[in-house]
Design a protein around this ligand. Sequence first.
Ligand code: PEP
Length: 260
Amino acid sequence: MAKKPPFVAGNWKMHMTIPEAKDLATAVVRASMELPEAEIVLAPPFTALSEVFKIVEESAVQLAAQNLHGEDRGAFTGEVSAPLLKDAGCQYVIIGHSERRQFFGETDAGVNKKISAALKSGVIPIVCIGETPAERERGETMAVVSRQLEGGLEGIALEGFEPMIIAYEPVWAIGTGKTASPAQAEEVHAHIRQDLTRRYGNGPAEYAIILYGGSVKPANAFALLSEKNIDGFLVGGASLEAESFIEIVREAIKAYKEKK
Ligand code: PEP
């Protein structure tokens, strides 16, 4: 599976009944046929994974889960492991989303364990990092994302890193309608790529896909993706309707073609 930019993933969070998920996935698959230039990924809630898999299976649209447990199996009531996600048809899994860090106590060490578990089962991690509003105000943004990267990627060898996707999601921009300006986002993306270069070398860092997430909409997608180091988006709210999600994909393709 060759990952390619522009890469646009929709995180449906705790939304979508199974019939709603099927309708949305069907609409995205239909539209995706005219958008082969982009890699499109859908992350439904666990309950809808299998049904959405049946819809995307024969298309280029890929399936992601929103979380996983760091162990492969065992007495962990309510948890879902990487082998179970693989079995449900997931190619990707979102790890370390700020909502999990904020509300469920996810740590860099926990993220690291989940990354290893996902890779072991052949599920590709989409690893989220990003600073809180207070951390940005204190001028700690770069230190925070570096620390999250370092902790999350600890002990992950190049072959594990290569398929992986990194998503920079400033916490103050998620679900708030406050998007980072293209310049603000680019500054952090360039910093992330530098960190990845130090860790994995020039080539792998250059080809790494680094997404931006935080109130991405059709109206701001083009300007954001026109920045050198922004390769795609992780979209929350605007992914819940096919029309806005697909429009973001279209804008991303346009911007990517222009900057190539
Ligand atoms: C997200 O949840 O990853 C996200 C970016 O949400 P939103 O687009 O709604 O800000």
